[in-house]
Design a protein around this ligand. Structure first.
Ligand code: MN
Length: 149
């Protein structure tokens, strides 16, 4: 819920990433960033509680219902990161190339301690998804069947 860990890991004199300010309210956006770091992964971020709640998904984001993917929760990122794409320099935290793979808005359908149910409206991703906390920083990201399917 605060950006201390995010900022502590980065040298904003060197990385083009935003330092960011914590913001409140407003629209609920999501972004998926394709991050070609030492290992390719997808960063899944939801605007929530004034920050971007963030998960690193080592495999592709599921497009088909029933597919479950490990999503490792990482530190909250500032809202400004929702539009970030660029190159993080060698030697910096997360060094590599960040591209926006998909973005859009989401509706929060239900939220409990270990479960976040959302409906995404993006360009590539749409429909109902659930994040389920399993243990530690590990969550599962699952695309759910929607009534039309
Ligand atoms: Mn990343």
């Amino acid at each position: 819920m605060n950006l201390e860990e995010y900022r502590a890991k980065r040298d904003f004199e060197k990385t083009p990433e935003p330092r960011g300010e914590q913001q409140g309210g407003g629209k609920s956006r999501f972004v998926v960033q394709r991050h070609q770091a030492s290992h390719l992964h997808y960063d899944f971020r939801l605007e929530m509680e004034g920050v971007l709640k963030s998960w690193a998904v080592p495999k592709a984001i599921p497009l088909e219902p029933g597919v479950r993917r490990l999503a490792v929760q990482v530190e909250d990122h500032p809202i400004a990161y929702v539009g970030f794409a660029g190159k993080i320099p060698e030697g910096e935290y997360g060094a590599g190339t960040v591209e926006i793979w998909d973005k859009g808005e989401y509706k929060l359908d239900n939220k409990a301690t270990n479960r976040i149910e959302i409906t995404l409206t993006g360009e590539k991703l749409s429909g109902s998804y659930v994040l389920i906390h399993t243990d530690g920083k590990n969550w599962l990201l699952i695309k759910r069947k929607t009534k039309q399917e």
